[in-house]
Design a protein. Structure first.
Length: 129
């Protein structure tokens, strides 16, 4: 991404911290019956490995880039965190429903878009016009 791998690592860790803060906001909505929370928040906190923001961070967010990649729920959280609609093109999925995916797929029509290409679900490349 940048000429400094150390700066890249620091940026990724900062984004993970921001994702955690956004996850706490969604968890507050999810646990408060007076607030409507998006469907993806239900999915995020209904998993046995992420019933709380702490578990979500430990089991899903913290390991992104180290031992795992971001799944659909984490990509949606990333989109909400950055205020972006992430559109992922997967050439290896041509002809399938997952050829093009949007994160978040609802409620983000006003967000600016960023385009990524994924060849293998482990690495995402930013498309630069």
């Amino acid at each position: 991404m940048n000429q400094s791998p150390e700066l890249d690592l620091q940026l990724m860790e900062a984004i993970k911290a921001l994702m955690m803060l956004k996850a706490i906001d969604f968890h507050d909505m999810y646990t408060d019956p007076q607030h409507a929370s998006p469907v993806f928040a239900w999915l995020m906190f209904s998993r046995k490995t992420s019933e709380t923001p702490q578990q979500l961070f430990q089991n899903h967010i913290n390991c992104i880039g180290d031992t795992s990649t971001a799944g659909p729920v984490e990509m949606t959280l990333l989109g909400h965190t950055l205020g972006l609609k992430v559109e992922v093109l997967r050439p290896h999925q041509i002809g399938r429903d997952t050829f093009i995916s949007h994160y978040p797929d609802e409620g983000a029509d006003a967000f600016p878009k960023i385009y990524l290409v994924s060849e293998d679900e482990r690495q995402f490349n930013v498309v630069v016009p």
